[in-house]
Design a protein. Structure first.
Length: 214
């Protein structure tokens, strides 16, 4: 399984520099391209075919909404995560409606940013807790998994996605604000429910069902 390929769009050089190092160090993201001009985003996505597009905008314009909509329509597998100093509920709802998978505020705790990006990469949708309850509730709902995965609770499915993306147990515990022992309990239970005996088998299971891609 290769590192997630990322394109970073931000008009702030300092943000790009800080994000580049943090994403590589904490999440093993590979930055394949970056730009300061949002109008270049579509061309970069077309050229590099990334897994995720990280978009930093203080106040998205109508033109930028059109660019996001065009990118998502053309590349539906692409996961778009939007960053801003502060996202109001109406803007968050608008972005989610366009197909954005994650809405983040720059002043959020690093643990929330990491958890959110892992949720987005795992196929879910996420809004930072600092946003209104209505926007967060709508964004945080993930579709119930089908088939054998429907046996899992939402927490177990969340932990499964973090485990197969290589997140250590202690890190998962910190991200979800539960104990490492609780994480281990959930992991063992979900493996029993899926009739798997080790993490290697869990990885193969997840790849086969497109929970993660190689």
């Amino acid at each position: 399984m290769g590192n997630p390929r990322v394109i970073l769009v931000s008009g702030h050089g300092l943000f790009r520099n800080l994000a580049r190092g943090w994403l590589a160090r904490e999440l093993n993201f590979a930055i394949v391209a970056e730009c300061a001009d949002s109008t270049l985003a579509y061309g970069l996505v077309k050229k590099y075919k990334p897994d995720i597009l990280l978009w930093d905008q203080e106040q998205p314009t109508t033109n930028e909404h059109r660019i996001v909509s065009r990118v998502v329509s053309k590349y539906p597998a692409l996961k778009v995560a939007h960053f801003s100093p502060k996202t109001d509920p109406a803007t968050a709802q608008k972005l989610l409606g366009l197909g954005v998978r994650g809405c983040f505020q720059k002043d959020s705790p690093m643990a929330d940013l990491e958890l959110g990006l892992r949720v987005v990469m795992g196929g879910g949708t996420y809004c930072c807790p600092g946003m209104s309850k209505s926007a967060t509730a709508k964004a945080a709902r993930e579709p119930r998994p089908a088939g054998p995965l429907s046996k899992l609770s939402r927490r177990q499915f969340q932990i499964l996605k973090l485990v197969v993306r290589g997140c250590p147990i202690k890190r998962i515990a910190g991200l979800l604000k539960i104990s490492a022992k609780t994480v281990e309990t959930h992991k063992n239970r979900l493996m029993r429910r899926l009739k798997l005996t080790n993490v290697q088998g869990l990885m193969k299971y997840a790849i086969k069902r497109n929970i993660v891609k190689i």
